[in-house]
Design a protein around this ligand. Structure first.
Ligand code: HDE
Length: 689
């Protein structure tokens, strides 16, 4: 009976989209290679009887499924990766013997993973958070992992505090919320009891923590490293990634709404742009300085809560990174990639920064936990692209097993492929810096200034950015239930900027100001304004790579729409058509234009700017649709440029928008599409306030 039974359980007619295999090579098999005849019905004793334990096909399928998950990263769980290359602009052998910097124009393959820090794997992309910016360079002399962030400083000065920092920032352990946010008591309790975090708090309350996309953010190696040339001469270095797109962030209210509308906003952005061939690029810059500068600099260069302003030590650009290929498989590549700060190559070395020293232990350790075997280095995404020869052997999942008899050193067997030897002339050499001292648990006095650079950061921001910082403090602290914690944070802010502290206190409804926090070292406010610390002073100068949301309906004039699309194309910009149905619209001339979004799936928060091209009839209908009203109101509230035509009036009237029209509105009946694009090259209409 079972043989003649035709019903498979799958509904409908698969038609062209569900075909049977054409030849042997397309037949599904088990993991053991056994061809499968039916993968949708388990083996049963009778058509309605129990499933048999004998069903090796079902057991294998479910067994494997049960073991699909590996532990997510303890921090930076949510991430997205892409492949590309790094191109060296010149021969930099005078400063480092690192192989990738020796030859002008040479390309080195890279894999990059961007991430948020606090949230779990499924958390939304626009959480207020630091972004990880980890780059693996597959050089001819081994993998170099530059595991950085999009913020150049860190919360703490010593790695021993890291578990406390992370525990406090993640969900609280009893209630398991809030997810992917620092707006809760535990985080602000820890931070306010750790004054070394104040500089970093200013950065994460700024719009740096809500980037427009990965393409619009900087990356920083954070720590001071060393570069060593072939003569053994050493220099200190700080690494910077500068996005070719310029810097851009969203505003907080927008971020909250993006998280609902498209929790994958940053992922989708990277995927879409790379698939469209608009490959994002960053230039790698180095700040190079010597011991004398380090000795005379106002702060300790081994303290990761401090920057060296670019005005003091300029950034020299040494190459560019281009991301041009998405992964074939997210798990195999993005999930299994194992960045380790201790992966460095000849010509680059560590410094005693106590944060970096601790990281060098933690990353290797955590990969063993996550990937389950010391052989994680053999997974293709982690394996070096240059030869690997050593006597490490065996272990779980060992895939690269040496041939031959030799597996120890020293040995008497003649040298060769199967018997590698360490080479004093060419191998990795650590910096020979002399070190001495007593064994003690101690924080150097040179790490004691916690406020001066926070002051510098704040005063380097534009007034708009300062307002955003104030609002972010008020938002976050309003979620803190314990008054004493809120007060403690404000007591620190008094050491940064009295006006900021007062505004935050007012926003929190304080009846009186808390005393100033006692400073371990008196802050100085004579540090220069550093324009490089502002996002708005370093924003994009074109609309290229940015996106216009075109809200339109049937009846739109062909010339208008076509002109706009052509100008966008010429600029290298992206757009989406937001239409009443996803099937799209018919222009006045009868042309069908496909929709990308319907209005409730394509709110204006998903776009850098909007154009509202409704006919009068369409606008009357949309004036009754709440999402259509939000589209315009949000674009207005988020300081976006709004292109419009006369037909839109009924919708604008419904919103009392006509009286609010300002320089951020562009009348597309009288202005050309090119004029509109020229306006869009400015990031937002900040004058709107
Ligand atoms: Fe990390 N960090 N970290 N971190 N970190 C990890 O390693 C750690 C720090 C950074 O996309 C973990 O593979 C310690 C600074 C990035 O896979 C873990 C300390 C900076 C990523 C770890 C720090 C970073 C991580 C968790 C204090 C910027 C994601 C999973 C001393 C310079 C890499 C993993 C990826 C990931 C430890 C501080 C950047 C546990 C102990 C400072 C971008 O090893």
């Amino acid at each position: 009976m079972a043989e003649s039974f035709k019903y498979t359980g799958n509904k409908g007619n698969g038609g062209e989209l569900h075909q049977l295999p054409a030849d042997e090579s397309e037949i599904m098999t088990t993991a053991q290679g056994c061809p499968i005849s039916d993968d949708q019905n388990s083996l049963k004793a009778g058509a309605r009887g129990p499933t048999l334990l004998e069903d090796h096909i079902m057991r294998e399928k479910i067994f494997h499924f049960d073991h699909e998950r590996i532990p997510e990263r303890v921090v930076h769980a949510r991430g997205y990766g892409a492949h590309g290359y790094f191109e060296t602009y010149d021969d930099f052998s005078d400063i480092t013997c690192a192989d990738l910097f020796q030859r002008k124009g040479e390309q080195t393959p890279v894999f990059v993973r961007f991430s948020t820090v606090a949230g779990n794997k499924g958390s939304p992309d626009l959480a207020r958070d630091v972004r990880g910016f980890a780059v693996k360079f597959y050089t001819n002399e081994g993998n170099w992992d530059l595991v950085g962030n999009n913020i150049p400083v860190f919360f703490i000065q010593d790695a021993i505090k890291f578990p406390d920092l992370v525990h406090s920032a993640k969900q609280e352990p009893d209630r398991a919320f809030p997810q992917a946010q620092t707006a809760h008591d535990n985080f602000w309790d820890f931070a306010s009891l750790s004054p070394e975090s104040v500089h970093m708090l200013m950065w994460i309350m700024s719009d740096r923590a809500i980037p427009r996309s990965f393409r619009f953010m900087e990356g920083f190696g954070v720590h001071t490293f060393k570069l060593i040339n072939s003569k053994g001469e050493e220099k200190y270095v700080k690494f910077h990634w500068k996005p070719k797109c310029g810097l851009q962030s969203v505003v907080w209210n927008e971020a909250l709404k993006i998280n609902g509308a498209d929790p994958d906003f940053h992922r989708r952005d990277l995927w879409n742009t790379i698939q469209a061939g608009d490959f994002p690029e960053w230039e790698l810059g180095v700040q190079i300085f010597d011991q004398e500068f380090a000795d005379n600099f106002e702060f300790d260069v081994f303290d990761a809560t401090k920057i060296i302003p670019e005005e003091q030590v300029p950034v020299t650009i040494v190459g560019k990174m281009v991301l041009n290929r998405m992964v074939d498989n997210f798990f195999a590549e993005t999930e299994q990639v194992a960045f380790c700060t201790q992966n460095i190559v000849p010509g680059i070395d560590f410094t005693p920064d106590p944060l970096l020293q601790g990281r060098n232990f933690s990353y290797l350790d955590t990969q063993l936990k996550r990937l389950g075997s010391p052989n994680f280095t053999q997974i293709p995404i982690n394996a070096p692209r240059c030869p690997m020869r050593h006597f490490q052997q065996d272990g779980h999942m060992a895939m690269q097993n040496p041939k031959g008899r030799v597996n120890y050193e020293p040995n008497s067997w003649s040298q060769g492929e199967d018997n590698p030897r360490a080479c004093p002339a060419h191998g990795y050499k650590s910096s020979s810096q002399p070190i001495e001292g007593d064994k003690l648990r101690y924080r150097s006095e040179t790490f004691a200034d916690h406020y001066s650079q926070a002051i510098q950061f704040y005063k380097s921001q534009t007034p708009v950015e300062q307002t955003h910082i104030r609002d972010a403090f008020i938002f976050e602290l309003s979620k803190v239930e314990t008054l004493a914690i809120r007060e403690r944070v404000v007591s620190h802010l008094r050491n940064v900027d009295e006006a900021l502290a007062t505004a935050v206190a007012e926003g929190l409804g304080f009846e009186e100001m808390p005393d100033k926090a006692e400073a371990a070292m008196a802050p100085r406010d004579d540090l220069m304004v550093s324009d490089k610390l502002s996002i708005l002073k370093n924003g994009p100068s074109t609309f290229k790579g940015r996106k216009l949301g075109i809200f339109c309906c049937s009846g739109v004039e062909d010339e208008l729409l076509e002109g706009l699309l052509q100008s966008l194309k010429a600029e290298g910009a992206m757009y989406e058509i937001v239409a009443p149905t996803v099937h799209g619209i018919k222009t006045a001339g009868g042309k069908h234009i496909k929709g990308n979004q319907v209005i409730d799936g394509g709110p204006s928060v998903l776009y850098d700017a909007v154009a509202v091209l409704l006919t009068e009839e369409g606008a009357k209908a949309q004036a009754k649709v709440p999402e259509a009203k939000d589209f315009v109101m949000d674009a207005f509230a988020h300081n976006k440029f709004i292109g419009y035509i006369g037909g839109t009036k009924p919708l604008f009237d419904e919103l009392n928008m006509t009286s609010k029209m300002d320089g951020g509105f562009v009348d597309l009946d009288s202005k050309t599409a090119d004029d509109f694009i020229a306006t869009l090259r400015n990031t937002r209409y900040w004058q709107r306030g």
